[in-house]
Design a protein around this ligand. Structure first.
Ligand code: F6P
Length: 372
């Protein structure tokens, strides 16, 4: 029978099991293939650790959070070993051939798209299924995990409202998203945040304080601020971008190492930015301020209906592509349907929030402060 491999890589997100099931049930039940599940992302591919995914293994997993296969953030071309990073592409090609695979399906985000492209370039039959709570994968309308995380963050903002209101406080709620503000903006709008801060719009503390002061003047003695993990004020943004530019323009390995160390120290210094902003807003407005970091709660637990449906559709569509012998694609969500997009158009790109996006303009129209 046709043998296909599947794995999950990158940060976990709700809907991974639903996608494994959607692909798996189509592959095993509909097409009669043999399906191998590689453990812990690229790690399992390198060490050829896998489990058979038969009908029984694929049953009862739809509602389970995380991934039954395990995951990791390892890169195939810089795989961590005792002797430092090693290019494991040739090892993976060997394992693929030894296992007599005819295709390999990778479920993951932007990092996984890069791994997928490297394996495709090495001649393997690859498909990529887009998952991330960040919604930052290029060339797809959305990705599974995002809707669930937005539900969780929205509920958190609802709950934070009643306590902020009761205590006349500012509560800053930090929401995941290191590159892109989709989750913070979406949940911030759905959860009625008064101020929303995202990486795409560097903020000024004065502007945020003004917005909160204007609410105070109107008799609203509390505010809820949704802050993206990767949001920065104008000065921090300049420092961060300069540090990133240094890495990109490094002329040799030594310069790159130094630039990366510098970038890490800049990131480290900026890590507690939400707490710093809370202190600054407290000083500026006289309102007591508190911080809530939502963290991994946003990635855990059962997927919502929209993500279960999306993951199932994308999974089943991927199996159809494989049956057609079509590889080298990410299976994108487009409008009501799905569409194969060449991996070369996805890998290495990040979908950030355009500053004229409708979510941004709607926020401005309804009077939400964006800190700019
Ligand atoms: O990419 C998803 C994400 O949840 C980001 O929003 C967050 O910055 C990152 O993963 C956290 O990564 P880790 O799982 O390595 O802590």
């Amino acid at each position: 029978a046709t043998r296909i491999g599947i794995l999950t890589a990158g940060g976990d997100s709700p809907g991974l099991n639903a996608a494994i099931r959607g692909f798996g049930k189509t592959a095993v039940g509909h097409y009669g293939w043999e399906l191998l599940g590689f453990r812990d992302g690229i790690t399992g591919l390198v060490s050829d650790r896998h489990v058979p995914l038969d009908g029984k293994a694929l049953s009862g997993i739809l509602t389970i959070g995380g991934t039954i296969l395990g995951t990791s953030r390892d890169k195939v071309h810089k795989f961590p070993t005792e002797d430092g990073p090693v290019d494991m592409v040739p090892t993976v090609v060997e394992n693929y051939e030894r296992e007599k695979l005819e295709g390999l399906v990778l479920l993951g985000g932007g990092g996984t798209a890069k791994n997928a492209k490297r394996l495709m370039d090495a001649g393997l039959n690859i498909l990529h299924l887009p998952k991330t709570i960040d919604n930052d994968i290029a060339m797809t309308d959305t990705s599974f995990g995002f809707a669930t995380a937005m539900e969780i963050a929205t509920e958190a903002l609802d709950r934070v409202h009643s306590t902020a209101h009761s205590h006349h406080r500012i509560i800053l709620t930090e929401i995941m998203g290191h590159n892109a503000g989709w989750l913070t903006l979406g949940a911030g709008l759905a959860g009625g945040a008064d101020v929303i801060l995202i990486p795409e719009l560097p903020y000024s503390v004065e502007k945020v304080a003004e917005r909160i002061q204007a609410r105070l003047d109107r008799g609203s003695s509390f505010s809820v601020v949704a802050v993206a993990e990767g949001a920065r004020d104008i000065d921090d943004t300049a420092d961060y971008q300069a540090a990133r530019l240094l890495v990109k323009s490094a002329k040799n390995a030594e310069a790159e190492r130094a630039a990366r160390a510098h970038l890490a120290s800049v990131e480290d210094a900026q890590r507690e930015h939400t707490f710093r902003l809370a202190r600054e807003l407290e000083a500026a407005t006289g309102l007591e301020s508190r911080v809530t970091i939502l963290g991994y709660v946003q990635r855990g637990g059962t997927p919502c209906a929209a993500d279960r449906l999306l993951a199932t559709r994308i999974g089943a569509a991927a199996a159809d592509l494989a049956a057609d012998g079509q590889f080298g694609y990410m299976v994108a969500a487009r409008g009501e349907g799905t569409e194969p997009v060449p991996l070369s158009e996805v890998a290495g790109k990040v979908k950030t929030v355009p500053t004229d996006h409708e979510w941004v303009t709607a926020a401005r129209k309804i009077g939400v402060g964006l800190g700019d």
